[in-house]
Write a protein that binds this ligand. Structure first.
Ligand code: RFL
Length: 404
């Protein structure tokens, strides 16, 4: 930044500056504001964009408990639906796993993420919370001191410097918080070697279960969202653009992989959205760097195979809020000191199960086993056989699938 630009920089402040208005940033902002802490949320996107971005849908019982605890679950209880069955389709037929009836009888709530974000945002504004949309955080500075700051750019290009006591990086994997980490921050990264085409179809669900289809041509998935909209996934060749296939060809391929001829037709409809993403994951360690704390996707990215990301985001936001409130109202920094270790234990558990789930749904490429080998495909079959036959394996699955 040049000197003349620098002189135009506005200055603002808040005790806690929260970057990002996703599930993590909004839950954190609500809990801090409700406790009388001076905070502001800085969000790069517009309000409309934030409220319409379709992503997660499956919320774990612990997430619902957290939202209930703080009076944030009204919309979810009114419009969400409970869900406790998944159906695996393989060359050997199909089997259903009523995970909601196993273990402690825990089920998911299906409630689209954009509806949850809309509820949270409405609540935050209703209680008088401060938020700046269309405001991109560029960098977090001086996080190693007691007066960190965040530089931002407004839509008109005007720079602002926000000073704070603490900064919460809830701005996802490509946000400013990650870019501002010191060189000694460790990023554990893993590529599952699989790409998915994510589809949002304007059509009712075709089965009353999460559908996981395992096929030699690649994985296909079915997940309810609302009575009118269903999410489908198609394992996709990396590098091929998301719009390479016409709708008809995608539905034909979904039919083949989901074995619609054997198990019933899929309700077809227009695709409202399609996006391609690689199943990669990472973990930042530690999650605290001086006065900067990471939560949600900024802390750890999970492949969506096991629906953990939004659930972890809400959990971490509640833990971080409690720790920040203790620090600012009681002068007790114990919670902040333990924040990283406490959350990393949940994160690694979720990463482990997500990795297991990813290997259940896809055979890793047989790189070193020689021509014609299908070592990983055979392992996957064996894993599915065990899940189909062993009650103990099913209990373990149920606990991990709905747990965080
Ligand atoms: P978000 O939701 O990405 O929000 C981050 C916010 O930060 C803003 N931002 C910035 N703001 C200011 N300055 C900057 N420099 C900024 N850079 C970014 C962004 O605009 C955004 O508003 O992160 P958060 O809060 O950590 O929440 C994480 C969840 O969104 C994510 O983990 C889940 O969507 C993952 N996920 C699922 N999780 C579940 O628990 N259950 C599911 O069923 C589920 N399904 C999914 C998913 C993710 C998917 N995608 C993204 C591949 C299905 C899909 C298709």
């Amino acid at each position: 930044m040049t000197e003349s630009q620098n002189s135009r920089t506005s200055r603002e402040s808040a005790d806690v500056v929260v970057l990002g208005a996703g599930p993590a940033g909004l839950v954190l902002g609500i809990l801090l504001h409700a406790a009388g802490i001076d905070c502001v949320i800085l969000e790069r996107a517009s309000r409309t964009h934030v409220q319409t971005r379709a992503r997660a849908g499956f919320l774990a019982p612990n997430t619902v408990r957290i939202l209930d605890r703080h009076g944030l679950a009204d919309g979810l209880h009114r419009h969400g639906r409970r869900h406790g069955t998944c159906e695996f389709r393989t060359e050997e037929g199909r089997f259903r796993l009523d995970y909601g009836a196993l273990g402690q009888g825990a089920q998911h709530h299906v409630y689209p993420q954009q509806n949850l974000v809309t509820d949270l945002l409405t609540h935050y504004l209703d209680i008088g919370g401060r938020i700046r949309f269309d405001t991109e955080a560029l960098a977090v500075r001086d996080a190693d001191g007691t007066r960190p700051s965040v530089t931002t750019r407004a839509p008109d290009g005007r720079p602002t410097r926000w000073t704070a006591r603490y900064v919460a990086g809830c701005d996802g994997r490509h946000g400013a918080a990650r870019r501002s980490l010191p060189p000694d921050a460790v990023r554990h990264h893993h590529d599952h070697g699989v790409t998915w085409l994510g589809l949002l179809a304007e059509t009712p669900p075709s089965l009353d279960a999460v559908g996981y289809a395992i096929h030699d041509r690649g994985f296909a998935g079915h997940m309810a969202r609302t009575p009118e909209v269903t999410r489908y996934y198609l394992q996709w060749q990396r590098g091929v653009p998301a719009d390479a296939w016409p709708e008809q060809r995608i539905w034909d391929e979904l039919d083949v992989r989901m074995r619609a001829a054997d198990h019933g037709p899929l309700h077809r409809g227009a695709f409202l959205e399609r996006g391609m993403f690689d199943l990669t994951c990472d973990v930042i360690e530690p999650l605290r760097h001086g006065s900067l704390f990471l939560a949600g996707d900024a802390a750890s990215l999970l492949a969506p195979a096991a629906a953990k990301g939004a659930n972890l985001a809400v959990l971490e936001a509640e833990i971080l809020a409690g720790a920040l409130i203790d620090a600012m109202t009681l002068g007790d920094e114990g919670g902040l000191d333990g924040y990283s270790d406490q959350c990393l234990a949940y994160i690694w558990r979720a990463q482990e199960f997500t990795g297991w789930m990813t290997r259940l749904l896809h055979a890793a490429p047989d790189r070193d086993e020689g021509a014609g080998s299908s070592f990983h495909a055979a392992l996957r079959r064996s894993r599915l056989t065990s899940l189909r036959a062993s009650r103990i394996h099913q209990e373990w699955f149920a606990e991990n699938y709905v747990g965080v």
